[in-house]
Design a protein around this ligand. Sequence first.
Ligand code: BEZ
Ligand code: FE
Length: 348
Amino acid sequence: MSAFRRTVTVRPDRLALILSPNHPTKNTKYTKSAKKIWLEWTRIHGMEAAHTMTTITKPRGTTEDDITAEVLRRFDATAQPRLRDIMQSLVRHLHAFVKDVELTEGEWMTAIQFLTKTGHMCDDKRQEFILLSDTLGVSMVVDLINHRKPEGATESTVFGPFHRDGAPELPAGGNIAPRDKKGVPTIVSGRVLTLDGGPIAGAWLDVWQADSSGLYDSQYAGTDELHLRGRFRSDEDGRFLIRTVRPVYYAIPTDGPVGRMLSATNRHPWRPAHIHFVVSAEGCEPVTTHIFDDADPYLESDTVFAVKNSLMCRFVRHDSRDEDAARFGVEPPFCTARFDFVLKPALR
Ligand code: BEZ
Ligand code: FE
């Protein structure tokens, strides 16, 4: 029996339209409301268009899989193929997840409230959604997919929520931590190089880190001042030199929904000590990365999954003055750390 020969019992707002080469025959039976809609459709669009209107007569929403199939079908006509693929894949995975855990209505509501609170926790200084993405490992998967590097190129890692524009441009040896009196003075130096080891002159190094209390400048209430941030340029040999304090491990912000998620799941909020860099140069692909203190106790369990072996850096403690310490007036004890950044050529 064709779909048309069945009696349809639909409310006008539930009438589903699909384009079809079929058209009703004189045997088609309609309920009153369906007939009214049919006549209205014909009046507006003419008989030709009306002939393409088919009412779906099978009962709808019978099973969980019917709903999934129907939702997927509704995205079929998306004009941009990439958007269609993303929406359909999202629906497939989201429905599979809900079916897998047999989500209760209470859990569904908890999830809605969690996401609502996450949104309310976002402003120009705080991005709780990025934090959520980071702590679920999504940011790192996106990073890995998007920044596949050739052997030898510096690997990328998460950007994190604490970058700020407007960091001062500082000369070689400039101190990004002039107000941090508790931290261990540290000299970070190295070179910016091409894949074949040549120097990259004039590369920009945008640097930021938490202070010796484990807080970024933007986490201090009542001040907008920039601190522990700077922009440096490599010299003609590709060399750079930065004065700072030794980074310490720190907890990501735990006063919001992400913090509650971590404690409810018995996860810690710690990130291993690191310094953030964005290194960029003409003709090269910029890299957003960190250098990690290779002695940190949280390297194995970074709460945002951002550690990569190639980003390990040794922070060497000095208890006496050396040449760089004398040159930059750093008193022992202090640390030095060396790291070379290798940039791959930009895609043309
Ligand atoms: C950060 O290293 O600044 C960071 C990265 C991800 C989440 C929170 C903080
Ligand atoms: Fe950080």
